[in-house]
Design a protein around this ligand. Structure first.
Ligand SMILES: Nc1ncnc2c1ncn2[C@@H]1O[C@H](COP(=O)(O)OP(=O)(O)OP(=O)(O)O)[C@@H](O)[C@H]1O
Ligand SMILES: Cc1cn([C@H]2C[C@H](O)[C@@H](COP(=O)(O)O)O2)c(=O)[nH]c1=O
Length: 200
């Protein structure tokens, strides 16, 4: 649960590269806003000017794994304090494109799941109300314009998919199929939010 005293909800949309996360975050936001909900869309790495600057550094620089991990975590602390928590206090539904699951899947594979799990569980990092993993049998699109994480190819993508599914079982994240028409995927996600009492 997002921390006590907040009025809004934190919904995280996660999954490997090219499974439709950004597409669905935008579609969900549109649908919810049409229904009169106040929605804040954000992403990691990114979120504000500092977060986007960090994003450029992280994605475009070859970093040693510890520096990379600590930059993701620093960006997350800043993002929460400056963007996510104010929106939650204002009663908004915050839709995040990537969050802690990415760190567990990507950095955990490099540095070990135990240590990365401990660092991502520090009390500064809010627990989401719902974490959804979009799961596709194959990437939905080619890795054109790939960042340095995506360039590792299909084998690495499959390993990440399998890590997401395994962490989902461990942590109770909800797995939703991202395969099929965009509208069908949006409907599945809305059904999840509805079942959690987040609609209407
Ligand atoms: N349901 C769908 N069916 C087919 N193609 C889709 C579907 N949803 C999204 N796409 C396309 O797949 C590509 C990847 O979508 P998107 O950028 O939303 O994925 P993503 O998970 O956010 O990717 P990344 O993690 O690499 O940023 C885009 O070209 C998008 O138009
Ligand atoms: C939050 C986070 C992200 N990553 C990686 C995963 C992706 O390859 C990029 C982000 O690109 P996208 O276009 O926004 O999907 O960053 C990571 O390795 N660890 C993290 O914590």
């Amino acid at each position: 649960m997002a921390s006590s005293g907040v009025r809004g909800s934190l919904v995280v949309i996660e999954g490997p590269d090219r499974v439709g996360k950004s597409t669905q975050v935008a579609r969900l936001a549109r649908r919810l806003e049409e229904e009169g909900r106040a929605v804040k869309v954000s992403r990691e790495p990114g979120g504000d000017q500092v977060g986007e600057a960090l994003r450029t550094v992280i994605l475009e620089t070859q970093l040693d794994p510890w520096t990379e991990l600590l930059l993701f975590l620093a960006g997350r602390a800043r993002h929460l304090a400056e963007v996510v928590e104010p929106a939650l206090r204002g009663g908004e539904l915050v839709l995040l494109d990537r969050y802690t699951p990415s760190t567990l899947v990507y950095q955990g594979a490099m540095l070990g799941d135990v240590v990365v799990g401990e660092l991502t569980s520090l009390p500064v990092f809010l627990l989401p109300n719902v974490t959804v993993i979009l799961d596709c049998v194959n990437p939905l699109a080619a890795f054109d314009d790939a960042d340095r994480f995506e360039r590792r190819g299909l084998r690495a993508w499959e390993e990440r998919r399998s890590r997401y599914l395994s962490f989902a079982r461990q942590f109770g994240w909800i797995v939703v199929s991202g395969d099929g028409p965009e509208q069908a995927v949006t409907d599945r996600l809305l059904a999840v939010l509805s079942s959690r009492g987040m609609l209407g």
